[in-house]
Ligand binder design. Structure first.
Ligand SMILES: C[S@@+](CC[C@H](N)C(=O)[O-])C[C@H]1O[C@@H](n2cnc3c(N)ncnc32)[C@H](O)[C@@H]1O
Length: 220
């Protein structure tokens, strides 16, 4: 990614952080039920015993309660995010929840393996890779820290295809409300992930504007 764009995304999130959780709720009024899709995605995750989990672009930590409910005996959860203001909220969530063994790291997912040396049974990234223009680099970094049989879950948005592509300007506008930019959707994240990791399932949501992908291990 052009580093200027990386920085500007961080600037956007420093401001968005304050209202981020409220924007998520406002989306629901448009039928974009990010919460429900998140719940469904977590419900479909495989059972794992004492997993070590990484949340890439953890944001305000919205995924943490779902992870803890699904994996009460987790051995460790690490969340990484680039924006201090988002992490501040995630830290508060962890404190308020009284959760242990959760580490929140301020860092760039494009250099994940410089921040994190452990390997994970489960890596998740929700509503994030679409807005990071260097997402292929992030997927490369994810592949370095995913265990050979580890799972990767991606929940995100992408461009409409076919006749529905006339709605793409609306889709980009929606994404901008949550920190997206003009390069959002320029990369086929899901397609690249499917060539790097072994697909387990794929579910399209909202006529294909959103997807939930689960992978296990690398494809080669
Ligand atoms: C739309 S929010 C999603 C947050 C959370 N995953 C969720 O589902 O609510 C996108 C997040 O990506 C983070 N982000 C953007 N670029 C990043 C990068 N290069 N490395 C790590 N995090 C990044 C932003 O700070 C923001 O918290």
């Amino acid at each position: 990614m052009d580093s200027t764009l990386g920085e500007s995304i961080r600037d956007v999130y420093s401001v968005t952080a304050r209202k981020y959780d409220m924007i998520l709720k406002a989306y629901k009024a448009l039928g974009v039920n990010l919460k429900k899709w998140r719940e469904n995605a977590f419900a479909r995750l495989p059972e794992l015993s004492s997993p070590r989990i990484l949340d890439v672009a953890v944001g305000t930590g919205v995924n943490l309660p779902y992870l803890i409910e699904k994996y009460p005996s987790y051995s460790k959860i690490i969340g990484i995010d680039y924006t201090p203001e988002m992490l501040l909220r995630a830290r508060k969530r962890v404190r308020d929840g009284g959760w242990r063994n959760i580490e929140l790291i301020l860092g760039d997912a494009r250099h994940l393996s410089e921040h994190i040396t452990e390997n994970f049974d489960l890596i998740i990234s929700t509503y994030s890779l679409s807005i990071i223009p260097d997402s292929p680099l992030v997927l490369e970094e994810i592949s370095k820290v995913l265990k050979p049989q580890g799972y990767l879950m991606l929940l995100d948005c992408q461009k409409f295809t076919g006749l529905l592509s006339v709605f793409n300007p609306m889709a980009i506008w929606l994404s901008k409300q949550l920190g997206g930019n003009d390069e959002t959707y320029s990369v086929d994240v899901s397609g690249i992930a499917a060539s790097m990791f072994r697909p387990v399932h794929r579910k399209l949501l909202y006529s294909g504007l959103f997807y939930e992908d689960l992978y296990q291990g690398k494809s080669h």
